[in-house]
Design a protein around this ligand. Structure first.
Ligand SMILES: N[C@@H](CC(=O)O)C(=O)O
Length: 282
């Protein structure tokens, strides 16, 4: 099994060494799995449980004070599943996997996605931490229901990073997945790139990609699809990642990162933010 994981494209992290060791542990656990789907789900499960990353526990808080999670997963056989806007759901990528494997759908949303998750034993829990609650309080959340004022508050503060993702390959089979709490101070119910096929994640027989960064811009440019398209055109994963990010920057002027793994197990990654931590295991 070849596996690459990322911990989000964004600013320099506060605890880079500690985060790197969690990413390394996630990569090692994922690489021990027996299938690429198991590999990306088990690697991301570790990261969703760690409050240093913006997925599961410690995820970004939306403007109404609630953490809502999104995730997506896809294989080289074009099986795909995603779930979005799930209050309190830590293991979002597990829900995406069940949607892929158990339903005829590719995306479930909100309270219905949470009920579906509960049927598989994934129950809502407290996802805020003292650190994230303090950050939310310090942003002086609006008490008004007036939409204009709420949108103005969101516009002034919306941002953030540290989403997680993984791509795994074993004997030519590929899985790619991404999981997030979204971006900080978004309007309640906002959904970014992460659960949208081809935006936050994508896989084809040529390889897979997981993206991170400014979700609206990633969605507008289908970043993960563009990275995999470059693999399909014969680019090395290093070039596919770098060229996809160059093109993203040219089109949007925004920041993002992407990890790429081709079907032969070669990895690549690129970002134009200040930092993006990754780990690989074979
Ligand atoms: N792309 C994620 C955020 C991130 O990558 O950190 C989102 O917009 O929801």
């Amino acid at each position: 099994m070849q596996l690459i994981v990322h911990g989000g494209a964004g600013d320099e992290p506060d605890e880079p060494d500690r985060r790197q060791s969690v990413l390394d542990e996630a990569a090692a656990i994922g690489a021990d799995a027996t299938t690429p789907v198991d590999a990306v789900v088990s690697a991301i499960d570790i990261l969703e449980a760690d409050p240093r990353f913006n997925a599961g526990i410690g995820g970004a808080i939306q403007a109404d004070g609630v953490v809502r999670t999104d995730a997506g997963i896809m294989t080289d056989e074009r099986e795909a599943g995603a779930a979005c806007s799930m209050p309190g759901v830590r293991h979002a990528v597990g829900v995406a996997r069940h949607i892929m494997e158990e339903t005829p759908h590719v995306l479930l949303a909100g309270e219905h996605a949470v009920s579906f998750a509960e049927g598989f034993g994934i129950v809502p829990e407290e996802l805020t931490t003292e650190r994230t609650r303090e950050r939310f309080r310090a942003a002086d959340p609006p008490e008004t229901d007036e939409i204009g004022e709420r949108v103005e508050w969101v516009r002034e503060r919306f941002g953030g990073a540290d989403t997680v993702g993984a791509v795994a390959v074993d004997e030519g089979h590929v899985a790619a997945a991404t999981s997030t709490g979204g971006r900080w101070f978004a309007l309640a119910g906002r959904v970014g790139d992460v659960p949208q096929i081809g935006c936050g994640f994508y896989a084809s027989p040529a390889g897979g990609a997981s993206a991170t960064g400014a979700g609206e811009d990633i969605a507008r440019t289908t970043l993960a699809r563009e990275a995999v398209r470059r693999l399909e055109d014969g680019e090395h994963p290093t070039d596919a990642a770098a060229n996809a990010i160059d093109e993203f920057e040219r089109l949007t002027g925004s920041t993002a990162g992407v990890i790429v793994l081709d079907e032969s197990g070669q990895t690549g990654s690129a970002y134009n933010s200040a930092a993006m931590q990754t780990s690989t295991d074979f």
